[in-house]
Design a binder for this molecule. Structure first.
Ligand code: GDG
Length: 468
């Protein structure tokens, strides 16, 4: 079996110390690397005054972790700049928040070159290289420049935007051309793969050579949809741990005669938190008979604090929850609690289990792992109901959830009412369908599908070269 080299911006090894893994990407890769004796390469998270290219290597739980420090200007221009002020908002349809700054683009290219140069000496001829996410789109181009001939795959964890949005980026063509240096490019859903194909046909004069094989910029690339999953078995087991039970019991004791509604998200404008709060407010106003029977707890874990737009949402959410509680609270009850701390995963499992409703309403989301975690943590005999945004990639696999448009307070309010009054038989039927999918299309299935397609992809290219 070929060795696997995973490349991602941040490296959170399984069992590693340091900050709690919060992002879905970190959780998914930790589970994926557990079974491969590979290398995980990326940024250490530290900055230094001048880039040295010094690799730091260590072994954690059978995985070799290789990291490099970045320069302070790299952090500003590449990470906070092009990745989080340009690509993240644009790919989540927030053109209004997108910064089009040439120095960010230069920093992005520079860091990708530096990563490639640092990784190059570690690569052996048979290695499969799997690059992750929007921070690292030009990695394959830089590795090819250094003579790397290995199969290189790329997986995009966030949406691929509609073609009309993509062209607002001044360097859109160069960015897309860089993807043609990969052997395989994976998206979360068929919808994003289609959006990418539409761009290639309309803007790059490309063609579809065969299903899943595109030609443009004088090269071909395989593309496909690989919906990411969670480690479902592990998550379901976690519900029985002491910490999970403790959290569950605390929440149940705290909500006697009440039903708990839960949301868990990074504090990010793509997650639709303000719209969710407004939908909950509408529910409280529309349902005087039900409203005192509920408590909504929103975990909104702080992230990317160095970016202004992230500080702004926190201020707006605080004001909104103040308004909702001010309007509806009673002597012994506040309807909405929003907490910004980071919790342990087993605590989250207990929280999900205690909640009668999981409210997952992003405005755009590549996949959304919280929806899957909520389902995995439920009691099969008395499961809660998942309310899910149609704009989460997960909606394609989770049709048995109550699907809503997150921009509509009315739809959120009606779905809450329906979920809170749903008969047990219907809850069980919906949950079974959801859990089947979460279990079947888990993180191992995702990894295997991608790695198998990557291992086969250069053959597909070679076959095409012979026949064209
Ligand atoms: C990106 C894409 C895609 C949250 N708060 C805490 C905590 N979390 C964990 C959740 C979940 C993860 O963070 C969030 O994952 P999501 O998938 O919901 O969202 P992103 O972070 O935006 O992830 C997304 C994903 O990549 C994978 O491809 O699904 O669309 O945007 O696992 O549980 N974890 C802990 N404490 C917290 O307080 N321990």
């Amino acid at each position: 079996m070929s060795r696997l080299i995973v490349v991602s911006n941040r490296v959170n090894p399984p069992g590693g110390k340091g900050e709690e893994s919060v992002g879905g990407l970190a959780m998914a890769l930790a589970a994926a690397l557990r079974e491969y004796s590979g290398i995980w390469f990326g940024w250490s998270g530290a900055t230094v005054p001048a880039f040295t290219g010094q690799l730091s290597m260590r072994r954690v739980d059978g995985v070799t972790v290789a990291t490099v420090d970045l320069e302070e200007s790299d952090y500003d221009e590449y990470y906070n700049g092009y990745a989080n002020k340009t690509l993240w908002p644009l790919f989540h349809y927030r053109v209004d928040l997108t910064a089009y700054d040439r120095t960010f683009d230069e920093g992005y290219q520079r860091v990708n070159r530096r990563f490639a140069e640092t990784l190059r000496p570690l690569i052996e001829p048979d290695d499969l290289i799997w690059v992750h996410d929007y921070h690292l789109i030009p990695m394959a181009r830089e590795l090819r420049r250094l003579g790397v001939k290995n199969r290189i795959g790329f997986f995009l964890h966030i949406p691929w935007p509609a073609h009309q949005l993509m062209v607002t980026l001044p360097s859109h063509k160069a960015l897309v051309a860089a993807l043609f240096d990969y052997d395989l490019v994976g998206f979360q859903t068929p919808e994003y793969a289609t959006a990418f194909t539409e761009y290639v046909l309309a803007e790059a004069g490309g063609e579809v050579v065969s299903p899943g094989c595109l030609k443009a910029f004088g090269r071909t690339v395989q593309i496909g949809a690989f919906p990411i999953g969670i480690d479902a078995a592990d998550f379901a087991e976690m519900v029985d741990t002491d910490q999970a039970r403790l959290t569950h019991d605390r929440m149940v004791a705290h909500t006697v005669f009440r039903k708990l509604i839960v949301g868990v998200d990074r504090l990010d404008y793509s997650k639709g938190l303000e719209e969710r709060f407004v939908g909950f407010e509408r529910f409280l106003a529309d349902n005087p008979d039900l409203r005192r029977d509920v408590l909504m707890v929103q975990v909104a874990t702080v992230s990317r604090e160095a970016v202004d737009s992230y500080q702004d949402i926190r201020t707006r959410l605080d004001a909104l929850s103040g308004r909702i509680n001010g309007e509806h609270a009673d002597l012994d009850w506040n309807p909405l609690r929003c907490v910004n701390s980071t919790y342990r995963r087993d605590q989250l499992a207990g929280l999900y289990r205690a909640a009668k409703v999981g409210l997952v309403t992003p405005l755009r989301d590549g996949m959304n792992l919280v929806a899957k975690e909520y389902v995995a943590a439920q009691d099969p005999a008395d499961p809660g109901v998942l309310i899910l945004s149609r704009f989460a990639g997960a909606a394609g696999q989770m049709a048995s959830a109550l699907i809503v448009n997150p921009n509509s307070p009315e739809e959120i309010s009606e779905a809450l009412k329906r979920a809170l009054t749903m008969p047990l038989a219907e809850r069980i039927e919906r949950w079974r369908a959801l859990f089947d999918n979460v279990q079947r299309e888990d993180v191992s299935a995702w990894r295997d599908a991608f790695v198998t397609a990557l291992a086969a992809s250069d053959k597909a290219k070679a076959a095409h070269a012979l026949t064209s």
